[in-house]
Design a protein around this ligand. Structure first.
Ligand SMILES: [Zn+2]
Length: 373
Protein backbone atom coordinates (compact mmCIF):
# COMPACT_ATOMS: atom_id res chain seq x y z
CA UNK A 1 0.00 0.00 0.00
CA UNK A 2 1.34 3.41 -0.99
CA UNK A 3 -0.08 6.91 -0.61
CA UNK A 4 -1.02 6.94 -4.27
CA UNK A 5 -3.29 3.92 -3.71
CA UNK A 6 -5.51 6.04 -1.45
CA UNK A 7 -7.87 8.42 -3.25
CA UNK A 8 -7.43 12.09 -2.30
CA UNK A 9 -6.68 13.08 1.33
CA UNK A 10 -3.66 15.03 0.12
CA UNK A 11 -3.30 17.12 3.30
CA UNK A 12 -3.05 14.04 5.52
CA UNK A 13 -0.46 12.44 3.25
CA UNK A 14 1.54 15.67 3.13
CA UNK A 15 1.63 15.95 6.92
CA UNK A 16 2.99 12.42 7.29
CA UNK A 17 5.65 12.95 4.65
CA UNK A 18 6.70 16.26 6.23
CA UNK A 19 7.11 14.59 9.62
CA UNK A 20 9.57 12.10 8.09
CA UNK A 21 11.45 14.85 6.24
CA UNK A 22 11.74 16.90 9.43
CA UNK A 23 12.80 13.82 11.40
CA UNK A 24 9.78 14.34 13.65
CA UNK A 25 8.08 10.98 13.52
CA UNK A 26 6.17 10.53 16.79
CA UNK A 27 6.84 7.10 18.26
CA UNK A 28 3.20 6.45 19.13
CA UNK A 29 0.47 7.75 16.86
CA UNK A 30 -3.26 7.28 16.83
CA UNK A 31 -4.73 7.20 13.33
CA UNK A 32 -8.24 8.14 14.33
CA UNK A 33 -10.97 7.82 11.75
CA UNK A 34 -14.41 6.35 11.33
CA UNK A 35 -15.54 3.12 9.70
CA UNK A 36 -14.89 3.25 6.00
CA UNK A 37 -12.22 5.92 6.34
CA UNK A 38 -8.65 5.51 5.11
CA UNK A 39 -7.12 5.18 8.58
CA UNK A 40 -5.83 1.63 8.07
CA UNK A 41 -4.78 2.28 4.47
CA UNK A 42 -2.95 5.42 5.61
CA UNK A 43 -1.10 3.55 8.37
CA UNK A 44 0.02 0.93 5.84
CA UNK A 45 1.11 3.57 3.34
CA UNK A 46 3.01 5.38 6.09
CA UNK A 47 4.74 2.15 7.18
CA UNK A 48 5.74 1.57 3.54
CA UNK A 49 7.07 5.13 3.26
CA UNK A 50 9.01 4.89 6.53
CA UNK A 51 10.92 1.85 5.37
CA UNK A 52 11.27 2.65 1.66
CA UNK A 53 14.91 2.53 0.55
CA UNK A 54 14.48 5.20 -2.16
CA UNK A 55 11.60 7.40 -1.02
CA UNK A 56 10.31 10.00 -3.48
CA UNK A 57 9.14 13.48 -2.49
CA UNK A 58 5.50 12.42 -2.32
CA UNK A 59 5.45 8.64 -1.92
CA UNK A 60 7.40 5.43 -1.41
CA UNK A 61 9.21 4.22 -4.56
CA UNK A 62 7.15 1.04 -4.93
CA UNK A 63 10.06 -0.90 -6.44
CA UNK A 64 12.71 -1.35 -3.74
CA UNK A 65 12.89 -4.65 -1.83
CA UNK A 66 11.21 -3.07 1.20
CA UNK A 67 8.29 -1.67 -0.85
CA UNK A 68 7.78 -5.00 -2.58
CA UNK A 69 7.46 -6.76 0.78
CA UNK A 70 5.16 -4.05 2.13
CA UNK A 71 2.95 -4.39 -0.95
CA UNK A 72 2.31 -7.99 0.13
CA UNK A 73 2.19 -7.11 3.86
CA UNK A 74 5.13 -9.44 4.57
CA UNK A 75 7.79 -6.95 5.66
CA UNK A 76 9.48 -8.48 8.74
CA UNK A 77 9.65 -5.11 10.52
CA UNK A 78 5.98 -4.27 10.06
CA UNK A 79 4.00 -6.08 12.74
CA UNK A 80 0.24 -6.42 12.95
CA UNK A 81 -2.02 -6.81 15.95
CA UNK A 82 -5.76 -7.06 15.30
CA UNK A 83 -8.91 -8.45 16.95
CA UNK A 84 -9.57 -12.17 16.73
CA UNK A 85 -11.57 -14.93 18.35
CA UNK A 86 -11.18 -18.59 19.23
CA UNK A 87 -11.41 -21.19 16.45
CA UNK A 88 -12.14 -24.91 16.38
CA UNK A 89 -8.40 -25.53 16.81
CA UNK A 90 -7.37 -22.57 18.96
CA UNK A 91 -8.57 -21.62 22.42
CA UNK A 92 -9.24 -17.94 23.13
CA UNK A 93 -5.89 -17.40 24.88
CA UNK A 94 -3.99 -19.04 22.01
CA UNK A 95 -5.86 -17.23 19.25
CA UNK A 96 -3.50 -14.31 18.65
CA UNK A 97 -2.80 -12.24 15.52
CA UNK A 98 0.32 -14.15 14.45
CA UNK A 99 -1.86 -17.27 13.95
CA UNK A 100 -4.09 -15.50 11.44
CA UNK A 101 -1.60 -13.62 9.29
CA UNK A 102 -2.38 -15.49 6.08
CA UNK A 103 -6.08 -14.57 6.25
CA UNK A 104 -5.23 -11.08 7.48
CA UNK A 105 -3.10 -10.41 4.40
CA UNK A 106 -5.83 -11.53 2.03
CA UNK A 107 -8.25 -9.32 3.96
CA UNK A 108 -5.97 -6.30 3.53
CA UNK A 109 -5.66 -7.01 -0.19
CA UNK A 110 -9.41 -7.32 -0.70
CA UNK A 111 -11.00 -5.09 1.95
CA UNK A 112 -8.69 -2.29 3.05
CA UNK A 113 -11.72 -0.12 4.00
CA UNK A 114 -13.49 -2.97 5.80
CA UNK A 115 -14.65 -2.98 9.41
CA UNK A 116 -14.44 -5.59 12.14
CA UNK A 117 -17.50 -7.47 10.92
CA UNK A 118 -16.01 -7.68 7.42
CA UNK A 119 -12.86 -9.13 8.98
CA UNK A 120 -14.94 -11.55 11.02
CA UNK A 121 -16.79 -12.80 7.92
CA UNK A 122 -13.60 -12.90 5.88
CA UNK A 123 -12.08 -15.30 8.39
CA UNK A 124 -15.30 -17.17 9.04
CA UNK A 125 -15.95 -16.17 12.66
CA UNK A 126 -19.63 -15.59 12.05
CA UNK A 127 -21.34 -13.74 14.91
CA UNK A 128 -18.45 -14.15 17.33
CA UNK A 129 -17.26 -11.21 19.37
CA UNK A 130 -13.75 -10.26 18.28
CA UNK A 131 -11.20 -8.72 20.60
CA UNK A 132 -7.49 -8.25 21.21
CA UNK A 133 -6.72 -10.67 24.07
CA UNK A 134 -4.40 -10.22 26.99
CA UNK A 135 -1.71 -12.42 25.46
CA UNK A 136 -1.14 -9.89 22.66
CA UNK A 137 0.53 -7.39 25.00
CA UNK A 138 3.27 -9.95 25.66
CA UNK A 139 3.62 -10.57 21.92
CA UNK A 140 3.94 -6.84 21.29
CA UNK A 141 6.63 -6.39 23.92
CA UNK A 142 8.47 -9.46 22.63
CA UNK A 143 8.35 -8.38 18.97
CA UNK A 144 9.66 -4.93 19.84
CA UNK A 145 12.51 -6.26 21.94
CA UNK A 146 14.08 -7.68 18.77
CA UNK A 147 16.23 -5.44 16.59
CA UNK A 148 14.82 -4.32 13.26
CA UNK A 149 15.55 -7.09 10.74
CA UNK A 150 16.17 -4.93 7.73
CA UNK A 151 14.06 -1.81 7.89
CA UNK A 152 14.95 1.54 9.30
CA UNK A 153 11.87 1.51 11.50
CA UNK A 154 10.13 -1.19 13.44
CA UNK A 155 6.44 -0.54 12.97
CA UNK A 156 3.69 -1.94 15.18
CA UNK A 157 0.27 -1.49 13.63
CA UNK A 158 -2.56 -2.12 16.09
CA UNK A 159 -5.90 -2.24 14.29
CA UNK A 160 -8.90 -1.29 16.43
CA UNK A 161 -7.18 -0.78 19.81
CA UNK A 162 -10.67 0.03 21.16
CA UNK A 163 -11.26 -3.74 21.10
CA UNK A 164 -8.29 -4.42 23.34
CA UNK A 165 -8.85 -6.30 26.53
CA UNK A 166 -8.07 -3.92 29.45
CA UNK A 167 -5.21 -6.15 30.64
CA UNK A 168 -3.71 -6.13 27.17
CA UNK A 169 -3.97 -2.34 27.04
CA UNK A 170 -2.36 -1.97 30.46
CA UNK A 171 0.34 -4.42 29.42
CA UNK A 172 1.62 -2.14 26.65
CA UNK A 173 1.57 1.19 28.52
CA UNK A 174 5.23 1.03 29.43
CA UNK A 175 6.51 0.14 25.96
CA UNK A 176 4.13 2.72 24.45
CA UNK A 177 5.66 5.41 26.63
CA UNK A 178 9.26 4.38 26.18
CA UNK A 179 9.53 2.27 23.06
CA UNK A 180 12.90 1.03 21.83
CA UNK A 181 14.67 3.36 19.44
CA UNK A 182 13.31 3.57 15.88
CA UNK A 183 10.00 2.01 16.88
CA UNK A 184 6.73 3.48 15.68
CA UNK A 185 3.33 2.49 17.05
CA UNK A 186 0.45 3.16 14.68
CA UNK A 187 -2.87 2.64 16.44
CA UNK A 188 -5.67 2.57 13.92
CA UNK A 189 -8.95 3.36 15.63
CA UNK A 190 -12.51 3.64 14.33
CA UNK A 191 -13.78 4.93 17.66
CA UNK A 192 -11.12 6.72 19.69
CA UNK A 193 -13.69 7.72 22.33
CA UNK A 194 -13.64 4.11 23.54
CA UNK A 195 -9.89 4.07 24.23
CA UNK A 196 -8.51 4.12 27.75
CA UNK A 197 -7.25 7.59 28.69
CA UNK A 198 -3.92 6.01 29.62
CA UNK A 199 -3.54 4.92 25.98
CA UNK A 200 -4.81 8.22 24.57
CA UNK A 201 -2.43 10.26 26.68
CA UNK A 202 0.53 8.29 25.35
CA UNK A 203 -0.26 8.76 21.67
CA UNK A 204 -0.17 11.66 19.28
CA UNK A 205 -3.57 11.94 17.65
CA UNK A 206 -3.68 12.15 13.90
CA UNK A 207 -7.19 12.55 12.57
CA UNK A 208 -7.89 10.91 9.20
CA UNK A 209 -10.89 12.78 7.77
CA UNK A 210 -13.71 10.98 6.01
CA UNK A 211 -13.53 10.95 2.23
CA UNK A 212 -15.18 13.85 0.43
CA UNK A 213 -18.00 13.12 -2.04
CA UNK A 214 -15.65 14.05 -4.88
CA UNK A 215 -12.93 11.66 -3.66
CA UNK A 216 -15.44 8.80 -3.46
CA UNK A 217 -17.00 9.68 -6.80
CA UNK A 218 -13.61 9.71 -8.54
CA UNK A 219 -12.52 6.48 -6.86
CA UNK A 220 -15.58 4.49 -7.91
CA UNK A 221 -16.02 6.01 -11.36
CA UNK A 222 -12.80 4.25 -12.32
CA UNK A 223 -14.49 0.95 -11.54
CA UNK A 224 -16.80 1.26 -14.54
CA UNK A 225 -19.69 2.89 -12.69
CA UNK A 226 -21.48 5.65 -14.61
CA UNK A 227 -20.84 9.21 -13.42
CA UNK A 228 -24.49 9.60 -12.46
CA UNK A 229 -24.59 6.47 -10.32
CA UNK A 230 -21.20 7.32 -8.80
CA UNK A 231 -22.51 10.74 -7.75
CA UNK A 232 -25.53 9.14 -6.12
CA UNK A 233 -23.42 6.54 -4.30
CA UNK A 234 -20.94 9.18 -3.12
CA UNK A 235 -23.80 11.23 -1.71
CA UNK A 236 -25.33 8.23 0.07
CA UNK A 237 -22.02 6.88 1.42
CA UNK A 238 -21.43 9.91 3.65
CA UNK A 239 -17.65 9.74 3.48
CA UNK A 240 -17.35 5.97 3.91
CA UNK A 241 -15.45 4.19 1.17
CA UNK A 242 -16.65 0.92 2.66
CA UNK A 243 -20.30 1.83 2.13
CA UNK A 244 -19.55 3.19 -1.34
CA UNK A 245 -17.80 0.00 -2.47
CA UNK A 246 -20.62 -2.11 -1.06
CA UNK A 247 -23.13 -0.05 -3.00
CA UNK A 248 -21.06 -0.51 -6.15
CA UNK A 249 -21.23 -4.26 -5.56
CA UNK A 250 -24.92 -4.09 -4.73
CA UNK A 251 -24.28 -5.60 -1.28
CA UNK A 252 -26.32 -2.95 0.47
CA UNK A 253 -29.46 -4.22 -1.26
CA UNK A 254 -29.80 -7.20 1.03
CA UNK A 255 -29.86 -5.07 4.17
CA UNK A 256 -32.17 -2.64 2.39
CA UNK A 257 -34.56 -5.51 1.67
CA UNK A 258 -34.56 -6.40 5.36
CA UNK A 259 -35.35 -2.82 6.24
CA UNK A 260 -38.15 -2.48 3.68
CA UNK A 261 -39.75 -5.72 4.80
CA UNK A 262 -39.50 -4.71 8.45
CA UNK A 263 -41.19 -1.37 7.75
CA UNK A 264 -43.93 -3.05 5.73
CA UNK A 265 -44.72 -5.26 8.72
CA UNK A 266 -44.78 -2.17 10.92
CA UNK A 267 -47.27 -0.40 8.58
CA UNK A 268 -49.57 -3.41 8.62
CA UNK A 269 -49.37 -4.02 12.36
CA UNK A 270 -48.25 -7.59 11.77
CA UNK A 271 -47.13 -8.32 15.32
CA UNK A 272 -46.42 -12.04 15.05
CA UNK A 273 -44.13 -11.29 12.11
CA UNK A 274 -42.50 -8.41 14.02
CA UNK A 275 -41.69 -10.72 16.92
CA UNK A 276 -40.09 -13.19 14.50
CA UNK A 277 -38.10 -10.38 12.88
CA UNK A 278 -36.82 -9.08 16.24
CA UNK A 279 -35.57 -12.62 16.88
CA UNK A 280 -33.87 -12.76 13.52
CA UNK A 281 -32.24 -9.32 13.95
CA UNK A 282 -30.89 -10.49 17.29
CA UNK A 283 -29.40 -13.63 15.73
CA UNK A 284 -27.77 -11.67 12.89
CA UNK A 285 -25.52 -9.85 15.34
CA UNK A 286 -24.68 -6.32 16.33
CA UNK A 287 -22.96 -5.24 13.12
CA UNK A 288 -26.02 -6.25 11.11
CA UNK A 289 -28.29 -4.33 13.49
CA UNK A 290 -26.20 -1.18 13.16
CA UNK A 291 -26.12 -1.56 9.38
CA UNK A 292 -29.88 -2.08 9.24
CA UNK A 293 -30.54 1.13 11.18
CA UNK A 294 -28.07 3.13 9.15
CA UNK A 295 -29.48 1.86 5.83
CA UNK A 296 -32.90 2.82 7.20
CA UNK A 297 -31.73 6.32 8.07
CA UNK A 298 -30.41 6.77 4.54
CA UNK A 299 -33.70 5.65 3.00
CA UNK A 300 -35.59 8.07 5.26
CA UNK A 301 -33.36 10.91 4.18
CA UNK A 302 -33.88 10.05 0.52
CA UNK A 303 -37.58 9.88 1.05
CA UNK A 304 -37.60 13.28 2.74
CA UNK A 305 -35.70 14.87 -0.13
CA UNK A 306 -37.94 13.11 -2.64
CA UNK A 307 -41.11 14.32 -0.94
CA UNK A 308 -39.84 17.88 -0.93
CA UNK A 309 -39.58 17.48 -4.72
CA UNK A 310 -35.91 18.35 -4.85
CA UNK A 311 -35.47 15.58 -7.40
CA UNK A 312 -32.33 17.17 -8.83
CA UNK A 313 -30.19 16.31 -5.82
CA UNK A 314 -31.95 13.04 -5.16
CA UNK A 315 -31.25 10.61 -7.95
CA UNK A 316 -32.90 7.53 -6.59
CA UNK A 317 -32.18 4.18 -8.28
CA UNK A 318 -35.18 2.32 -9.77
CA UNK A 319 -35.24 -0.36 -7.07
CA UNK A 320 -35.55 2.23 -4.31
CA UNK A 321 -37.93 4.59 -6.04
CA UNK A 322 -40.89 2.25 -5.84
CA UNK A 323 -40.44 1.76 -2.10
CA UNK A 324 -39.94 5.45 -1.46
CA UNK A 325 -43.08 6.41 -3.39
CA UNK A 326 -45.20 3.94 -1.43
CA UNK A 327 -43.39 4.86 1.76
CA UNK A 328 -44.24 8.51 1.15
CA UNK A 329 -47.97 7.76 1.13
CA UNK A 330 -47.76 6.39 4.70
CA UNK A 331 -44.96 8.55 6.05
CA UNK A 332 -45.31 12.29 5.67
CA UNK A 333 -42.30 14.53 6.24
CA UNK A 334 -43.49 15.16 9.82
CA UNK A 335 -43.63 11.44 10.51
CA UNK A 336 -40.20 10.84 9.03
CA UNK A 337 -38.82 13.55 11.29
CA UNK A 338 -40.38 11.72 14.19
CA UNK A 339 -39.06 8.26 13.20
CA UNK A 340 -35.52 9.26 12.14
CA UNK A 341 -34.28 10.20 15.62
CA UNK A 342 -35.72 6.93 16.95
CA UNK A 343 -33.44 5.02 14.56
CA UNK A 344 -30.42 7.07 15.66
CA UNK A 345 -31.36 6.51 19.30
CA UNK A 346 -31.57 2.75 18.67
CA UNK A 347 -28.07 2.79 17.13
CA UNK A 348 -26.80 4.51 20.26
CA UNK A 349 -28.34 1.87 22.52
CA UNK A 350 -27.07 -1.03 20.41
CA UNK A 351 -23.55 0.37 20.73
CA UNK A 352 -24.07 0.24 24.47
CA UNK A 353 -25.19 -3.39 24.45
CA UNK A 354 -28.95 -2.99 24.86
CA UNK A 355 -30.90 -6.23 24.40
CA UNK A 356 -31.52 -6.21 20.61
CA UNK A 357 -34.73 -8.23 20.70
CA UNK A 358 -36.46 -5.93 23.18
CA UNK A 359 -35.06 -2.88 21.45
CA UNK A 360 -36.33 -3.89 17.99
CA UNK A 361 -39.73 -4.94 19.29
CA UNK A 362 -40.12 -1.65 21.09
CA UNK A 363 -38.93 0.27 18.04
CA UNK A 364 -41.33 -1.68 15.78
CA UNK A 365 -44.27 -0.67 17.98
CA UNK A 366 -43.18 2.95 18.03
CA UNK A 367 -42.87 3.01 14.25
CA UNK A 368 -46.25 1.32 13.84
CA UNK A 369 -47.87 3.92 16.09
CA UNK A 370 -46.28 6.82 14.26
CA UNK A 371 -47.36 5.32 10.92
CA UNK A 372 -50.97 5.02 12.10
CA UNK A 373 -51.22 8.36 13.90
ZN1 LIG B 1 10.70 1.76 -1.87
Amino acid sequence: MRFQDIPGLETSKQKLIEAVAANHVAHAQLFAGTEGSANLAMALAFATYLNCLNPLADDACGTCSSCLKNAKFIHPDVNFIFPSSATAKLKREDATSEKFLVEWRTFLLSSIYGNVSDWSSHFGWENKLLMIPRQESRNIVKALSLKAFEGQFKVMIIWLPELMNANAANGILKVLEEPPEKTVFLMVSNDASKLLTTILSRTQQFRIPSFSDVEIKNAITVDGVTAERAAHIAYMAEGSMRTALQMVDGEDNETQDYFKNWFRQCFTYNFSELVKMADEFQKNGKEFQKELLSVGSSLMRESLIYSSAATEICRIPENELDFIQKFGTVFTAEKIMEVSPKLDEAQYHIERNANPKILFLDLSLTIAQIARA
